[in-house]
Design a protein around this ligand. Structure first.
Ligand code: PMV
Length: 311
């Protein structure tokens, strides 16, 4: 049996604006999706229970895309996940990365980052239509990245980031969310109607991402937190938040978050994140919120390696 893991992600700065060519910053969570492959008569997916008919259809489309791209190795794939689905935490990208890797390994193909990226992107298209690619780039990097893609290009540019201090996050789940596709296309319609105002605001989000990137590299948690707060305000201005999301964001700030915002497509519900300077404070904020949630240190391969060398 072989297995592969794809981490989930949070967008720290720049969701939506990234679709229009702006820079975004994202980090991999400790949680994610594991795909296990066992020898079988033919290439198949053990469909997880409890999924809606539309998610099952997307998952079947995505699995077939990966199976075709890897020559249909004779295995059955089973999925396990500790990520909430469809809440903005990159569950479909995590699944795409885990399944692409396990099928490539089962087929005896070397899972190079480039090839993995191609197969995972083909899967992501079944879930999201034409995603920016940020989610699966972050899951593939399994770390902290900045990402930028010109709207007309198929592939974006990924740079790994390393923070000198750990980024401790509280993640809260607020209500349920309509599909990201619907939120993204409603924004596109508003942008087509009032192009200058919307383009200007999306550009400003890109600038805030650039400032946040510098704050990450300098270990300036207060600067990063402030960039997250301003980014949330701009997402509200674009009509991408809700009273419930805003209430939870304010709750995290009152609980001591250095910055808090919605993460992912937003809309009527979804995940929000708060940045803390200690895991204990993040844990306390989740417990005090009364909402479902969890904490995670954002994976930072650069820092992990430095700590290994120094210890
Ligand atoms: O909510 P999610 O995890 O599907 O993230 C969507 C992020 C967007 O920037 C809104 C879309 C994209 O393709 O990048």
């Amino acid at each position: 049996m072989t297995s592969a893991f794809g981490p989930g992600k949070v967008i720290l700065l720049g969701e939506h604006a990234v679709v229009y060519g702006a820079q975004a910053i994202a980090g991999a969570l400790e949680r994610g999706v594991t795909a296990e492959a066992r020898p079988a008569a033919r290439c198949s997916l053990d469909m997880p229970e409890g999924l809606s008919a539309s998610v099952r259809k997307q998952l079947r489309c995505a699995f077939d895309a990966a199976a075709d791209a890897t020559g249909r190795p004779s295995v059955q794939v089973r999925l396990t996940s500790d990520l909430p689905i469809s809440m903005g935490l990159g569950s479909s990208a995590a699944l795409s990365v885990a399944v692409s890797r396990v099928l490539m390994e089962a087929a005896g193909a070397r899972p190079t980052p480039r090839r993995l990226g191609e197969v995972a992107y083909a899967m992501e298209r079944c879930f999201h239509g034409t995603p920016s690619g940020l989610d699966h780039a972050c899951s593939l990097a399994a770390g902290l990245i900045s990402y930028r893609k010109a709207p007309e290009k198929a592939q974006g540019r990924v740079s790994r980031l390393s923070s000198p201090v750990p980024l401790q996050l509280a993640v809260l789940l607020v209500g349920t969310r309509r599909p990201a596709r619907a939120t993204i296309s409603a924004l596109r319609e508003r942008k087509e109607r009032w192009p200058e105002r919307y383009a200007r605001t999306l550009r400003e989000i890109g600038r805030i991402s650039g400032e946040g990137r510098r704050a990450v590299l300098e270990g300036d948690l207060e600067g990063l937190g402030d960039a997250m707060n301003v980014n949330h305000g701009l997402l509200c201005a674009l009509g991408l938040s809700s009273a419930a999301l805003d209430g939870a964001v304010h709750g995290l700030r009152q609980a001591g978050a250095l910055g808090a915002k919605l993460t992912g497509a937003g809309g009527d519900g979804g995940a929000i994140i708060g940045l803390f300077d200690s895991r204990r404070k993040a844990d306390n904020a989740v417990a005090a919120s009364g909402l479902p949630g969890f904490t995670s240190t954002l994976e930072d391969r650069g820092r992990t390696r430095r700590e290994e060398i120094e210890s």
